[in-house]
Write a protein that binds this ligand. Structure first.
Ligand SMILES: *Cc1c(COP(=O)(O)O)cnc(C)c1O
Length: 239
């Protein structure tokens, strides 16, 4: 497997996903420009991920901060990095300078720590709030029952800007259950948008992965996080 062959395989995967996104947008009467693909690179090497920019894929997502650091160091600066997994507070300082958007703010303690760090840097920091809509235990995200506390806290922030919500459907959920989860998140977004200060422009809905992204787009996703459909079972010995 040489690099040109790997690029050809990736190009085909990207094109297939792109066509599926376009078809879902058409079904939903939405513009293709309303949905951003985030390619989740957690299962591939930095060498393979480095081939993505030339295919026009510049938004990359990682779920582990350390892996994001490692890839960010090796890959072009043109990439926009998305953190989509749990961020421990002791990793904030190293992560923030690299990141375009954190999708996975999942506790008040983390919100406070991010605010403190962004304040120190004099930066505004866009984030999404991860919501545990499906209510599974052992899953990150704010539970639906303490959202009033979350909203009250978000109102006090000066540097962290809540720009939307993120969720994952329940493991092994069928598509109709996924759809209900996404429908819920959208309703929640609309409520928050009406209730929060305009500086928190709660617009984004980060929802939809390989198994459910088309349903998510039909329900209003603005960011889809796709890994396996792009990168599962790539040939060995790439690049
Ligand atoms: C791994 C991961 C994805 C991508 O999942 P696929 O099913 O491989 O597309 C999306 N979001 C999060 C939070 C993930 O950890």
């Amino acid at each position: 497997m040489n690099q040109a062959e790997m690029v050809a395989i990736l190009a085909k995967r990207v094109q297939t996903v792109e066509e599926r996104i376009q078809a879902a947008c058409r079904r939903a009467g939405r513009g293709r420009n309303e949905v951003q693909l985030v390619a989740v690179t957690k299962t591939i090497t930095p060498e393979v991920a480095a081939l993505l920019p030339e295919l026009g894929v510049l938004d990359l997502g990682e779920s582990r901060p350390q892996e994001l650091w490692r890839k960010a160091e090796l890959l072009p600066k043109s990439i926009r990095w998305h953190l989509i997994g749990h961020l421990q507070r002791n990793k904030i300082e190293r992560t923030l300078p690299l990141i375009s958007l954190i999708h996975s703010v999942d506790s008040l303690r983390l919100l406070d720590a991010l605010e403190a760090d962004a304040c120190k840097r004099g930066q505004t920091l866009p984030v999404l709030l991860e919501i545990n809509v499906s209510g599974e235990q052992n899953k990150h995200g704010f539970p639906l029952d303490n959202l009033n506390d979350v909203i009250a806290r978000v109102q006090t922030l000066k540097h962290v800007r809540a720009q939307g919500l993120m969720t994952m459907a329940a493991l092994d959920a069928d598509l109709e259950t996924c759809r209900q989860t996404f429908f819920w998140l959208r309703g929640l977004r609309d409520c928050l948008r009406a209730g929060l200060e305009p500086m928190h422009s709660v617009e984004h809905l980060s929802m939809g992965m390989t198994n459910d992204f088309e349903v998510a787009i039909e329900e209003g996703a603005t960011l889809v996080r796709i890994g396996s459909a792009l990168f599962a079972n790539l040939p060995e010995g790439a690049a």
